[in-house]
Design a protein around this ligand. Sequence first.
Ligand code: SAM
Length: 355
Amino acid sequence: MPWLTEYNHPGLKLPPITILRINHRPFRDKRITTHVALTARAFGANEILVDSRDEDLEKTIETVSNNFGGDFRIRTGINWKNHLKKFDGIKVHLTMYGIPVEECINEIRSEVENKSLVIIVGASKVPPDAYADSSFNVSVTNQPISEVSALAIFLDRLMMGKELNLDFHGNMSIEPSRRGKTVRYVPSLEQCLKILKEQGADARIIEHSKQVSELAAKIAKQSHANLSLVIAGALLHDIGRTKTNGIDHAVAGSVILDELRIDKRIVRIVERHTGAGITLEESVNLGLPEKDYTPVTLEEKIVAHADNLVSGNSVVPLSVTVSRYREKGLVKQAERIESLHKELSDICGIDISDL
Ligand code: SAM
């Protein structure tokens, strides 16, 4: 969809979308406006502006965004008439008196190219100015329906269903399952230390992991990687050593964290942290579950390599690690570590040994 600009959700191109909620009555509409805001956020909008001041509503929506991710914003107490007047983009007003969505959605999609979009939804009766000021008055059936469903269907038609697979990179995420309920989470630093202790990690593992996490955090900041994932992944990377000190400790760690419902991205960081990764072929020779354990994401690469550069409690030069691998006859693995070092240094724009 070339008309969409990459904005809120890297990987999916969406126009900047604002929802303008007018005639919100805090004493009466709190619940329905909350649902409008949640739907807007989940379906890929960037922000909601609400005309009446409502701090409770702001707090509710901010809490959801903090837990479940994305950078959806809410502002209340907005003069909607001024906002609409100044708004330089496409204005859509959702109303049962409008043109059926299926008749105008293609035109809206092409008009919004390289422009922002504001979508007006009313709470109580919408004044005539909103009809007159809008580029499009759009109906989702000509029957009276809830603004929540009108908004959801409009956004879904606009984005042709692609919004259903948005990734919000939140600290909490839902793992869909046919039965039951699975919520995964990104643990905080304190939670990671608690998990390590509960699993029986000794002081040596904990001190080493803290050191790896400090170095990994420096690389993550320099390369704009996801810091919470890197810190948690680094702190937990050796948790499998509470079960085994063999080459299989990374797999053992990933099993522990998977059972603890830790975010899958962290489970994979831990599973793929050995050297610069273990190939499918090597996994067979090493007697590991047959799999490619090569780090793929930036966060996986950072944790694996920070671990390469920390021996016990101290940071060591790359040459020390590489020699250790070569002395063991692990020539290919040593080369892979060198090239991972170069790759991360290129991304950081500085040799990571100098960080
Ligand atoms: N009672 C209010 C009135 O007289 O205007 C309208 C309440 S209605 C439930 C709230 C909002 O839902 C409307 O302002 C409009 O944005 C939206 N809405 C309701 N039915 C709609 C429809 N069929 N198509 C599009 N939007 C609709």
